[in-house]
Design a binder for this molecule. Structure first.
Ligand SMILES: Cc1cc2nc3c(=O)[nH]c(=O)nc-3n(C[C@H](O)[C@H](O)[C@H](O)COP(=O)(O)OP(=O)(O)OC[C@H]3O[C@@H](n4cnc5c(N)ncnc54)[C@H](O)[C@@H]3O)c2cc1C
Length: 450
């Protein structure tokens, strides 16, 4: 039994049924791999001891943040799960930067920065995912068209490499490790701490929901406002109603009174057919999913399977792909509480080598956030199949898939996804994690890579 020969650590080693079952579940609720044991480290020394031990014996280690992956990305069958949320908080704001333990949720980061009048520039829509969990995939949100994704805002990382060595890395030091950890799917090490850029925090957010009847006018307005950068935050959603599809552009201006947004200048030239607006504190805007979460927990669908797919489309194909997808997508394909996202990012703001998007000036996040059935595995398998079909179609048009997607992927799919970036990852793996088998749930395979 590996728990009998593990090195002594100051954290906990858990093998009870409830813990192992919990570690074999995630947000997707589609893949269930049961680990041999779960380690709740009390320090980075514990993390290093476990990773070194596992690496020498070829035991897989899955690193777990908040467990909000959709398809077993943070699970391992028979290996060790390292629960990063047990690390003691290390959260400091200094010189316009914040340094946090990787198990901190983005909500925790805001808790320490807002009292200083500062904020990370980009948030995921949901604040209860961890810093480590989003930095290994990218971290996309409505401010990315200004600041890039969350990985673009990282200044330094502390990493326990797959060989069990504790290193710091940045653009100026251990660059190969830095580049391989950001959006590198946790293949070369475990992020234990991250130092992130901050910007001045506004106190208020004015949010407009602008409705369109036509896809092309919705896309045209999104292109215009993302290019001129007039809103601090921009997302959008195709909405399925009784009368078919409509489109909602979600645009936000941040401000701090006595300044206030100039609505005429911001909305004047746009071609929406209907508008709503609301004004909240900056924090309440960032925390806007919390109400929806409470409602979905009450009706139970928060816990149902989530066959989600997030894609990046080239600007040249967005209208065709979205139009064809919407034409063939019924409510049944999304589930009762499923929804779609569609919004552009500027490629010139994306500087993380392993964060892969199509070429071109603009790329479009297109997400089908499906809710599956709690009782019908065949219906869920069908939704995953729909994801695979869409992925194949989008890949043929030059699109990419966001790693946090519910879909099986082969080793070949991954090599194609990373393109020349595969070599960056493979070289770093050989240097920093040659024997280790980290985050097997991502299903990468380095065998045969020189
Ligand atoms: C309601 C909801 C809304 C979301 N909204 C967004 C959004 O707006 N934008 C966006 O980009 N994503 C979004 N996501 C997706 C989410 O950000 C990713 O799935 C993220 O990877 C989950 O983070 P987590 O902390 O739950 O990590 P986990 O699911 O626990 O882990 C994710 C992956 O990272 C690895 N990992 C975790 N921590 C570390 C670490 N410290 N070091 C190395 N590897 C590690 C795991 O092994 C796994 O492979 C959303 C998810 C949900 C459920």
């Amino acid at each position: 039994m590996i728990d009998e020969i593990l090195p002594a650590i100051s954290g906990e080693i858990l093998t009870d049924d409830a813990t192992l079952t919990g570690a074999g579940r995630d947000w997707g609720n589609l893949v269930h791999a049961r680990p041999r044991l779960v380690v709740r480290p009390a320090s980075t020394i514990d993390v290093a001891a476990v990773v070194r031990f596992a690496s020498k014996r070829g035991i897989p280690v899955a690193v777990r943040g908040a467990g909000h992956s959709p398809y077993g990305q943070g699970q391992t069958d028979g290996g060790i799960v390292l629960d990063m949320t047990s690390l003691p908080p290390r959260r400091v704001v200094i010189d316009g930067l914040v340094s946090v333990d990787a198990g901190a949720r983005w909500r925790d980061v805001l808790d320490v920065t807002l009292p200083h009048g500062l904020t990370p520039p980009v948030f995921t829509d949901y604040l209860d995912v961890t810093v480590g969990g989003t930095l290994v995939v990218g971290g996309v949100g409505g401010a990315a068209h200004h600041h890039g994704v969350q990985t673009d805002t990282v200044v330094e990382l502390e990493v326990v490499t797959g060989a069990g060595e504790l290193l710091t890395c940045s653009r100026d030091s251990n660059r190969k490790l830095f580049d391989a950890m950001l959006a590198g799917l946790g293949q070369c090490g475990v992020i234990t701490r991250a130092t992130l850029q901050l910007i001045p925090a506004p106190t208020r957010a004015r949010r407009w929901k602008l409705y369109y009847d036509s896809l092309s006018s919705f896309l045209a307005d999104q292109r215009g406002v993302v290019r001129d950068g007039r809103f601090e935050y921009l997302e959008g959603q195709p909405l399925l109603g009784e009368g078919g599809w409509r489109y909602m552009l979600e645009a936000v201006a941040y401000y701090t009174p006595p300044a206030s947004p100039d609505e005429e200048a911001l909305l004047g030239a746009l071609s929406f057919v209907e508008a709503e607006s609301e004004d909240t504190t900056y924090f309440d805007f960032l925390n806007r999913v919390a109400d929806g979460e409470a409602a979905l927990r009450t009706v139970g669908s928060w816990f149902h399977p989530h066959p989600w797919i997030d894609l990046f489309l080239p600007d040249s194909a967005v209208e065709q792909v979205v139009d064809e997808t919407l034409t063939t997508t019924a409510r049944n394909d999304l589930g009762d509480t499923g929804l779609l996202l569609l919004y552009p990012l500027r490629a010139d703001r994306l500087n993380t080598p392993l964060f892969k998007v199509p070429g071109g000036e603009l790329v479009w996040l297109f997400s089908l956030l499906r809710t599956g059935s709690p009782v019908d595995p065949l219906a869920n398998a069908r939704m995953v199949e729909l994801n695979v079909d869409l992925y194949r179609k989008v890949s043929a048009l030059g699109g990419k898939v966001y790693p946090s997607t519910a879909m099986p992927r082969s080793a070949e799919d991954w090599r194609e996804h990373f393109g020349p970036g595969w070599q960056i990852l493979a070289e770093a793996k050989a240097l920093f994690a040659p024997e280790s088998h980290l985050n097997p749930g991502q299903r990468l395979d380095f065998s045969g890579t020189p």
